[in-house]
Design a protein around this ligand. Structure first.
Ligand SMILES: Cc1cc2nc3c(=O)[nH]c(=O)nc-3n(C[C@H](O)[C@H](O)[C@H](O)COP(=O)(O)OP(=O)(O)OC[C@H]3O[C@@H](n4cnc5c(N)ncnc54)[C@H](O)[C@@H]3O)c2cc1C
Length: 463
């Protein structure tokens, strides 16, 4: 590529303005580098999925749906918060920090050059942070119907009567429960035997029971066989078909949401032209987040699971720290550390978990060596005060050891409480240390105090 064809050259370009790409470009700009962020949709998606169509808008709708039960209130809160964070983030990046923001979809021309709608930009270093997109399963008929994704669902202006949701993972359940609270009939289809794949099965089953009591219909253990749409007078009727099994039947609704996970967004990047290797759409990286081209990094959802916003930023932090230390990889570079990651599901109440599930722990260490303790929120004064004592906290330990193997906190606002467990796990502390401190009272975190004390007793650590 001749340099005369290139509109501008940068020290570093991030493709994508989400928590991953932004962190590197902003951090290095502050360190004196000339950096740019290319974002396909600056007007509606600056700041990435979390701010615009992910964490923030879903949680705003979930919060308000539970609080007021009014769709209008949910939309207002969501729009207000998203606009505020998006515009504030753009102002911060462009005006305060001075990172260049380039609007448009980037494609590689070669390993140092990107084409953005006909204009070429080059950089010494490039960060691929293009995030992920909904995974659409190969269900018969699905590609021919007007199904919706989580992104579409956050923008609807009129409530449907009956929402059919394919996928009982965290996105499907958060949206499903919120719309149930807004008065919509909701039916969820999950192919695996338990909701929330990857989470503790006992808790997933207990959450299912709670959601069903609230009015949701949930089918597990059978993948959807076929989907159809019948359109008349501008209205659609969808049919989801389960061909066999105990719930065999045809289920009809006027809205079809597909929430069956997400896949890295790499399809249109022309990665081949840059010589960047992929593995089933995911960009392959080493422990320094370098791709097969050492000057091209990839961070965030685009490198695969787990897909969480703070994990994306954590990976970006590795690239930022290393490039600040040395432009060329040397001994000062630190590899990605894999600490314990909080997994949060914002149903009401929340599920916050980390480490091994009961099943995983038993498979790994043998059933007889694993100790499981449950503390019910109804035993806690503060739960009664806040008015929701649904759920329980589950601790998982190993006989003869103080180690925390896993914690699964299902209850009001547990998303914040899990950090205490993570602090302990990341720093080699165990149940004993969690139990051995003075907690304030009355507060929800006392649930962790009680759980830890029960674990200390069950593991006979106090003898
Ligand atoms: C409904 C939903 C709810 C979620 N809730 C949570 C939650 O509660 N907690 C949590 O931790 N995570 C949550 N997530 C996941 C979280 O949003 C992602 O893990 C996070 O946004 C990943 O950050 P990223 O920087 O890798 O990518 P993204 O934030 O997706 O940013 C990528 C950006 O790149 C842009 N882009 C893509 N291709 C190009 C291109 N070729 N050229 C230019 N720009 C491009 C996109 O427009 C996008 O803005 C949720 C996701 C969804 C969908």
């Amino acid at each position: 590529m001749s340099s005369s064809q290139v509109k501008e050259h940068f020290d570093l370009i991030s493709i994508g303005s989400g928590s991953a790409g932004r962190k590197v470009a902003v951090g290095l700009k502050r360190a004196g580098w000339k950096t740019a962020i290319i974002e396909a949709d600056v007007d509606h998606h600056f700041g990435g999925t979390c701010i615009n169509t992910g964490c923030i808008p879903t949680k705003a709708i979930v919060e308000m749906a539970h609080k007021s039960g009014k769709f209008k209130d949910s939309l207002e809160l969501k729009d207000k918060i998203v606009e505020r964070i998006r515009s504030g983030t753009l102002r911060h990046v462009e005006e305060r920090v001075g990172t260049t923001v380039i609007k448009g979809f980037a494609k590689f021309v070669d390993s140092h050059t990107l084409d953005v709608q006909g204009e070429l930009y080059s950089a010494d270093y490039i960060v691929i942070a293009t995030g992920s997109e909904p995974a659409i399963p190969p269900i018969k008929g699905l590609k021919d119907v007007n199904y919706k994704t989580s992104k579409d669902t956050l923008d609807i202006q009129n409530l449907p009567q009956h929402m059919l949701i394919i996928g009982g993972g965290r996105i499907g359940l958060e949206i499903g429960q919120a719309f149930t609270h807004l008065g919509v009939k909701v039916t969820v289809f999950e192919g695996l035997p338990h909701l929330l794949p990857g989470e503790d099965e006992e808790i997933a089953d207990a959450i299912k029971e709670t959601l069903e009591k609230e009015g949701m219909t949930i089918f597990t253990g059978k993948f959807v066989d076929e989907v159809r749409e019948f359109r008349e007078n501008g209205r659609s009727e969808f049919t989801v078909i389960l061909e066999d099994g105990p719930n065999k039947g045809e289920y009809k609704g006027d809205y079809l949401l597909v929430a069956t996970g997400r896949v890295p967004r790499t399809a249109e990047l022309n990665l081949g032209k840059a010589g960047v290797e992929t593995d089933r759409r995911r960009v392959v990286v080493n422990k320094f987040m370098q791709t097969s081209q050492p000057h091209i990094f990839a961070v965030g959802d685009v490198v695969g699971n787990p897909m969480f916003t703070n994990w994306a930023a954590w990976q970006a932090g590795v690239v930022l720290k290393n490039l600040k230390r040395s432009k060329i990889k040397n001994d000062s570079w630190e590899p990605l550390r894999t600490p314990n990651i909080p997994r949060l599901t914002f149903t009401r109440p929340e599920l916050a978990s980390t480490g091994l599930t009961e099943k995983e722990a038993k498979e790994k260490f043998g059933e007889e060596n694993v100790v499981v303790v449950k503390f019910y929120n109804k035993w806690l004064g503060k739960s009664m005060i806040v008015g929701d004592w649904t759920g329980f906290l589950k601790g998982i330990g190993r006989k003869g050891s103080n180690e925390i193997l896993g914690a699964h906190l299902w209850g009001e606002r547990t998303g914040s409480l899990i950090q205490l467990i993570i602090l302990a796990m990341d720093n080699g502390l165990g149940w004993k240390e969690l139990a051995d401190m003075v907690y304030g009272h009355p507060v929800l975190v006392e649930g962790i105090e009680s759980l830890s004390k029960m674990m200390v007793g069950a593991l006979q650590l106090d003898e």
